[in-house]
Design a protein around this ligand. Structure first.
Ligand code: SAM
Length: 336
């Protein structure tokens, strides 16, 4: 199921290509190496000290973060038609691009970013994109935001930024995202055990504030991975452009981006009852398939054999998809 086009994404990649053109392959790869080292040490923006490094960041990372964010948006109800979006820690505005490629109803975008060079790059990119809507760049620091153009937004996104904040600021940023959310909020992180711990804390805070967890959890119970070494994450495959391939010195024409996410809501959302989500890659063996499904606060392994009625369905179920009986319940929460 996809309701996306990639018009803004393709246009943005064209712009990124133009910005990287003056760089030699060697320089591009040197910037990318610095970025990778910084990522491993959780200090990614500290190496963005030149316009070229920002352009390299966009060439090397934007495709992956775009596709991860896009696959999270797919979990939102099909009838959700946002008009406004708040993109916190926007970088080049990846979450906003993915949203524009999903919803033509968007009229207002607010992109908050605190890095001077990134803001300059973002503004140039959005001037190039020239979307037919109100785009506002706010250069400010989460969570101590001075003020935003709107009181609340239909969709608020914190993508790939939580890990860049000091631990004491992460919960404040989540609370801020919750406060600014009119309908739905989304947090996306790299799919590592380290980053998953941030998401777990965010989930607890959001539940304590009355949020409805929309995805990936199909329940509002304690996460069954709390206190374990395991982590809930998913994967999305994307094609690499020649620039992307060259920046990463990659031989493959595609990459698999591992990510974790949390979609939460403030509005009535269908809860998935007994239906669960496949939280690990299915293990396909001759004659049967093993599916690890998270439902009702527990992860259970389902062994579905050829003789089972749902074998065909089970063998086609992908990591991250829903599996099981659908018992749709509507949860209505009223906010004062
Ligand atoms: C890894 S990038 C992610 C960019 C974009 N959201 C994406 O998903 O592609 C994180 C961005 O958050 C910005 N950032 C980090 N800490 C911030 C803060 N406290 N306030 C605002 N922006 C911040 C960084 O400058 C960087 O551009």
């Amino acid at each position: 199921m996809t309701r996306f086009n990639k018009l803004f994404y393709e246009k943005a990649l064209g712009f990124v290509g133009q910005q990287c053109r003056p760089l030699t392959t060697k320089a591009l790869q040197a910037f990318q190496n610095q970025l990778s080292a910084a990522y491993r040490e959780h200090r990614s923006t500290s190496v963005l000290t030149a316009t070229e490094s920002v352009a390299t960041y966009a060439a090397a990372r934007m495709p992956a973060t775009y596709h991860a964010i896009q696959s999270c948006y797919q979990q939102l109800p099909a009838d959700f038609q946002p008009q406004s979006l708040l993109d916190l820690g926007a970088g080049p505005g990846t979450a906003s691009l993915a949203a524009l490629d999903c919803w033509q109803t968007l009229e207002q975008l607010t992109l908050v970013e605190n890095h001077r060079l990134m803001v300059a790059f973002q503004k140039a990119l959005w001037q190039h994109l020239n979307p037919d809507l109100s785009y506002q760049a706010v250069q400010d620091t989460i969570p101590s935001l001075g003020g935003l153009p709107h009181e609340s937004y239909d969709l608020v996104v914190l993508a790939y930024v939580l890990g860049e904040l000091k631990p004491q600021h992460q919960q404040e940023a989540v609370a801020q995202a919750w406060q600014k959310t009119r309908h739905y909020g989304l947090i996306v992180t790299p799919g590592t055990p380290h980053d998953f711990q941030y998401l777990l804390k965010a989930r607890e805070l959001l539940l304590s504030k009355g949020a409805i967890i929309v995805a990936p959890c199909t329940h509002q119970e304690r996460c069954p991975l709390t206190g374990t070494d395991d982590w809930c994450h998913f994967s999305v495959r994307l094609q690499r452009s020649s620039l992307h391939q060259s920046a990463k010195k990659a031989t493959l024409s595609y990459e698999d981006e591992k990510f974790s996410y949390l979609l939460f809501g403030k509005v009535a959302v269908p809860l998935n009852g007994d239906k669960g989500r496949l939280v690990r890659k299915p293990i396909r063996r001759p004659g049967h398939v093993l599916l690890d499904v998270c439902a009702n606060g527990k992860i259970n392994r389902h062994i579905v054999g050829k003789a089972d009625a749902n074998f065909k369905k089970a063998s086609k179920t992908e990591w991250g998809a829903m599996f099981g009986e659908t018992v749709i319940a509507i949860c209505l929460i009223f906010f004062i």
